[in-house]
Design a protein around this ligand. Structure first.
Ligand SMILES: Cc1ncc(C[n+]2csc(CCOP(=O)(O)OP(=O)(O)O)c2C)c(N)n1
Ligand SMILES: [Mg+2]
Length: 326
């Protein structure tokens, strides 16, 4: 990749990470008003993975995400207003106010469906990749899931089938070391998620999920190979969520994890890390970052206003767009 393009990519990745962070922070500040009638699983601290991977994807590619999906959806190009309106349960939301936070979708942007069933999105991604291959349509499927999803049988069945059929799919495990409040070592005898495709012939890689440059470089190489017909790859990105499993509080406040652990990861903030790199290279200036923040904040405020003034779906629309009819 020419040097200049790479520099541009890293700036765009930084901008996306900042957008995700500021969006989640706005949700945190609005949530206590209890106007969003949906659980929210926030991705503060994990932004580098969504932004780094999705920078290598196009509208032709699919993304399948899970309950912690805001960052992936923003990074795949979904409109912020349609996400915010969905959180408010409004008709102008991406799913007409019926999905809430955990089932965001936007087929035009390649987000066909989002599943909150842990690991449920993985076989769906594999099915979509099979369809891409059969239709010779080009494009790949990228699926984001947590370390908790690696406990599920569906993960292994999906790896097996994807490898068997050499499907264009990238498996991305966001290992934040917890599934709800259970630590990884209380659930898994070995800390080796990236190796678990090995028995099916899938190569796996591990990287620092708080280092956007590493995530971008690793996923770029894998996406290129998958596009050329290599079949699937698995990457494990090690990271940490700063907020509780669900909602805007911190887990250490509830005694679910030690504060020192949380504080150590906050010091390794992925946004600050990339910011430091770009400032040092002279690719960004303090003033440039300030302007970027202002622009994003305006976009978020616009999305909030849009969501608040949109209307709720009418009760007569309850069964529209669902399979079940009275
Ligand atoms: C099949 C299934 N089992 C349990 C749950 C309840 N649940 C929702 S999220 C979650 C933890 C998921 O952990 P992980 O996959 O590591 O994702 P993270 O929340 O850490 O991002 C659980 C157990 C569920 N939604 N689906
Ligand atoms: Mg987890």
């Amino acid at each position: 990749m020419p040097k200049q393009d790479r520099g541009r990519d890293l700036i765009r990745i930084y901008e996306m990470m900042l957008k995700i962070r500021l969006f989640e922070e706005r949700v945190i500040s609005l949530y206590p008003k209890e106007e969003m009638k949906t659980p929210v699983h926030l991705c503060v601290g994990q932004e580098a993975i969504a932004a780094g991977v999705c920078r290598n994807l196009t509208d032709k590619d699919y993304v399948f995400t899970n309950h912690r999906c805001h960052g992936h959806c923003l990074a795949k190009g979904m409109s912020m207003s349609s996400i915010m309106a969905e959180l408010y349960g409004k008709r102008a939301g991406c799913c007409k106010g019926k999905s809430g936070s955990m089932h965001l979708s936007d087929p035009d942007k390649g987000i066909l469906a989002t599943s909150a069933i842990v690991a449920g999105n993985i076989p769906i991604a594999v099915g979509a990749a099979l369809s891409l291959k059969l239709r010779r349509r080009g494009g790949i499927a990228a699926v984001f899931f947590g370390d908790g999803a690696a406990d599920e049988g569906a993960f292994y069945e999906s790896l097996n089938f994807a490898s068997l059929k050499k499907l264009p799919v990238l498996f991305i495990c966001e290992n934040n070391f917890y599934a709800t409040n259970s630590r990884q070592e209380t659930r898994q005898p070995l800390d080796n998620i990236f190796k678990r495709g090995g028995i099916f012939g899938i190569k796996g890689f591990r990287c620092d999920g708080n280092d956007a440059v590493k995530v971008f470089d690793l996923s770029r190489g894998l996406v290129e190979k998958i596009r050329k017909g290599s079949g699937p790859y698995l990457m494990e990105c090690r990271t940490y969520r700063w907020k509780g499993h669900v909602g805007p509080d911190c887990d250490f406040e509830k005694g679910c994890r030690p504060k020192y652990e949380h504080d150590a990861w906050v010091k390794r903030c992925p946004v600050r890390k990339l910011e430091g790199i770009l400032l040092k290279k002279g690719a960004l200036t303090g003033k440039g970052i300030e302007n970027m923040r202002r622009r994003i904040t305006r976009e978020i405020t616009k999305a909030e206003k849009f969501a608040k003034k949109s209307r709720f779906p009418a009760s007569s629309e309850l069964y529209d767009d669902v399979y079940w009819k009275e």
